[in-house]
Structure formats: structure tokens, C-alpha cells
Design a protein around this ligand. Structure first.
Ligand code: FDA
Length: 379
């Protein structure tokens, strides 16, 4: 149930390794879950439909596995932020600090400055996100790069957000602004959808789209399958149990896509907008994810991203994870124990933000530790 990376990885392993037939259903009209991408009609530029997806991993088995289905480009992710009409590199590094303070601090000088500014508050005594952030990086950097951006992401003033929303705020005392530190990084050469389709392209895998697991009128619904077939469920866990312990909260994103009559809009794939003067959090310009491609040079595609709390009808993107959510999750975990032949997995099935490599890694482990032994027992 679900054709995202978790569901497809388990399906591929079961079909290939155990020689069993697998039916993958998804309520969307395409496979791939949130990693799905397609070429924008007018320009042919690959657009990640559910927000920018950058692949990176230090997990060797995952890297070996994904390379069976796609080659990767040598793309390296870098992000910039526009604060009051000036562009700074992220994550906050020596370049950001020196530009912001109009200075040429050495690493040691910058470290001493930030330590002094952060000493205003004690991290262990922080009562909310704002206090915690100030205690970690000092007030000037917090107010410029964190405060309004966080308020936009959460639609909540950071003084009203719990301190636990951030565990740390990394500051680099070098000019390194490479976003990820993983051993492997890149984008699928032929795009995400080609990669995902290759995973599903197996004689023993059948994919049925536009099929909702909770629609009793379709034959592979919950009542018809649970207890009859082994099920891998990668949808929302609260929905599976009919919200018995209450709803788990999520944040969602709204995307505003536009084709512009210029070859290059912002010169980089992702530009954050730090301030409250701009309603969106960032702009993606997809052509820059693939500089190696021969895209037309007279048009470009941009996507503005807005963040807000999700209602039941929205796509759930990031777990809100309040203490109440965690309490509900524990109740759902208890209920899960009663579902013998159902494996709950993926980001929705575990109420967890998972990067792609984590979803794939979790699926490979679930296959080896739970799914394969289940069938070995039967045979
Ligand atoms: P996923 O959500 O992909 O798949 C679940 C599937 O279940 C969906 O296709 C859904 O339609 C289906 N489903 C749900 N309910 C159903 C029902 N009732 N009936 C039938 N089907 C149902 N990762 C990364 O490594 N680098 C990145 O840059 C990003 N960027 C990023 C941006 C944004 C905005 C988000 C939200 C996420 C990312 N990710 C990411 C994370 C990445 O999207 C994530 O790792 C994968 O989607 C996880 O795959 P899953 O299979 O767990 O879920």
C-alpha cells in the first residue's frame, strides 16, 4: 500500500529475492510518492512535484542498491538566502558571518564573537524556540536568518514554539557551504520517475494507481486484505486506525509554479527568503538541478514554496511532533502490535520525517528482518 520509496523497495525485494507476486496500490495517479517528478510541459524542465528532492547518503548498502536502478549526476547542493535584499550563503558559515558583520574574522575570531553573543542566554534554561536559538548562535544571526523564516514555516511566532523544535543550529567556521556532508550525493541522471519506474519494472510486480486503500468499493481495500494477505502499509498511521487515538498533526506546503520568459531567474537552484516581508519561504529554479542537460535557454520554471499547518485533506509533509502527537503515536504503536500481517513503514506509516535514503534503508532492513523471515516460515 503506497508506491513511494519504502513501498517500492519492499516490493522489488520481495519480487526479486523471494520470487513472489506483489501488487502495489496507490491512490495517486502516478507512482513514486513524494519523490515523483515530471517534465514541465512548455519547457521540458524536470520539476519535483512535491518539493525539491536531493539525493544524498553515507549508507553504503543503500548506495549500492539505488545504483542498480539509476546513475547519479555529480550535483552538489548549495543554498543561499535573501535577507533584506542581500544574498548570503547557507548553512551559516564564515562567509555568512563575515558578510553579515561586514568583517574579515578568522575562524577563531568568529567563534569567539558568536560565543559571546550566544552567552546572553543559557541553552538549558531556554523556554521556547527563540530563547534556544539565541543561546546557540546569538541574537543578531538569529533575528536575521532564523526568526522570520521559522515563523513562516510554522505560521507561529518562535516565542510560542517549543524549544525542542530545534536540537542544534550548526554554524560552520569555514567557508564550506556544501549543504550535505554525506559520502554520496547526486541527482538521478534520467530523473526521479525513470528511477522509480525501473524499481517497479519487474514481471512479478503489478502497480494499480488511483486506488484508495480505504475505498471499500475497490477489491484491494483494507477489509479485504488484512488477515488475508501480508500487507505493507505506508500510508498515515492514524488513518489506518480510523483516528482512534486522535489525529497526528502535520505541516504541509503549497507550491506556486511559474514559467518565466528568461533563461535564468536566480542563478541557483534554491533561494531562501529569510524575512517576513516576503510570504514564501523559498524559490526553487529547477533548471539548475541539472546544469548538464540541454534545456532551452529562453524560459525557466520557478516554484515558490509556502508552509502551513495541514488539515485532513492536505498532503502531510512534515510531522509537527508536539508532546500530544508523541503520546498519540505511542497509542498507535500499541494498536500496531495487534496487526499481525501488516508491516507499517515509510514516513507516513511511522510518523517520522525520513530522507529518501532513510526510507530506502528502513525498507531494506524491514525486508531482511521482517518480510523475508515471514515467508521463510511459511515455506
Ligand atoms: P511517500 O509519501 O513517498 O509514499 C507514500 C505513498 O502512499 C504515497 O504515494 C501516497 O499516495 C500513498 N498513499 C497514502 N495513503 C494512501 C491510501 N489511502 N491509499 C493508497 N495509497 C496511499 N528526501 C531526501 O532525501 N532529499 C530531499 O531533498 C527531500 N526533500 C523533500 C522535500 C519535501 C517537501 C518533502 C515532504 C520530503 C522530502 N524528502 C526528501 C523526503 C522524501 O520525500 C521521503 O523520504 C520519501 O517520500 C519517503 O517515501 P515513503 O515511501 O515513506 O513515503
Amino acid at each position: 500500500m503506497g508506491s513511494g520509496f519504502f513501498g517500492l523497495t519492499v516490493a522489488e525485494r520481495v519480487a526479486e529475492e523471494l520470487g513472489l507476486r506483489v501488487m502495489v496500490i496507490d491512490r495517486r495517479s502516478h507512482i513514486g510518492g513524494n519523490a515523483f517528478s515530471e517534465n514541465e510541459a512548455e519547457t521540458g524542465i524536470e520539476v519535483h512535484r512535491y518539493g525539491a528532492h536531493l539525493f544524498h547518503t553515507s549508507n553504503e548498502p543503500v548506495w549500492q542498491y539505488v545504483n542498480r536502478f539509476t546513475k547519479f549526476t555529480d550535483y552538489v547542493h548549495r543554498v543561499y538566502t535573501n535577507f533584506r535584499g542581500e544574498v548570503y550563503p547557507l548553512p551559516i558559515n564564515l562567509g555568512t558571518i563575515n558578510q553579515f558583520f561586514r568583517s574579515a574574522y578568522s575562524p577563531a575570531e568568529a567563534r569567539a564573537l558568536i560565543a559571546e553573543q550566544a552567552s546572553e542566554l543559557d541553552t538549558s534554561e531556554a523556554r521556547n524556540l527563540e530563547e534556544k536559538a539565541v543561546s546557540l548562535i546569538g541574537r543578531p544571526l538569529y533575528e536575521a536568518f532564523i526568526r522570520d523564516y521559522t515563523a513562516k514555516q510554522w505560521q507561529t511566532d518562535p516565542t510560542q514554539l517549543p524549544a525542542e523544535v530545534i536540537s542544534r543550529l550548526p554554524v560552520r567556521y569555514t567557508y564550506d557551504n556544501r549543504y550535505f556532508n554525506d559520502t554520496h550525493e547526486g541527482l538521478p541522471v534520467d530523473g526521479y520517475t525513470a528511477w522509480l519506474e525501473r524499481m517497479a519494472d519487474h514481471p512479478r510486480i503489478e502497480v494499480q494507481l488511483d486506488t484508495d486503500y480505504f475505498d471499500a468499493s475497490q477489491p484491494l481495500n483494507k477489509q479485504a486484505t488484512v488477515g488475508q494477505l501480508p500487507v505493507v502499509y505506508t500510508g498515515p498511521i492514524d488513518r489506518y486506525f480510523d483516528f482512534a487515538a486522535g489525529e497526528l498533526q502535520w505541516r504541509t506546503l503549497d507550491f506556486e509554479e511559474e514559467v518565466l520568459p528568461v533563461g535564468d531567474f536566480q542563478g541557483t537552484p534554491v533561494m531562501n527568503y529569510a524575512g517576513s516581508d516576503v510570504p514564501y519561504t523559498r524559490i526553487h529554479e529547477f533548471r539548475h538541478f541539472h546544469p548538464e542537460r540541454d534545456y532551452r535557454t529562453d524560459k525557466t520554471v520557478i516554484m515558490r514554496e509556502f508552509s502551513r499547518f495541514a488539515t485532513r485533506d492536505d498532503e502531510p509533509y512534515y510531522p509537527v511532533n508536539t508532546p500530544e502527537d508523541r503520546d498519540r503515536l505511542l497509542q498507535y504503536r500499541e494498536l500496531m502490535k495487534g496487526e499481525q500481517d501488516v508491516l507499517f513503514g515509510g514516513r507516513l506509516g511511522t510518523y517520522q520525517y525520513l530522507d529518501m535514503h532513510m526510507a530506502i534503508g528502513a525498507a531494506l532492513s524491514a525486508y531482511s528482518n521482517k518480510v523475508a523471515p515471514m515467508f521463510e516460515k511459511v515455506s
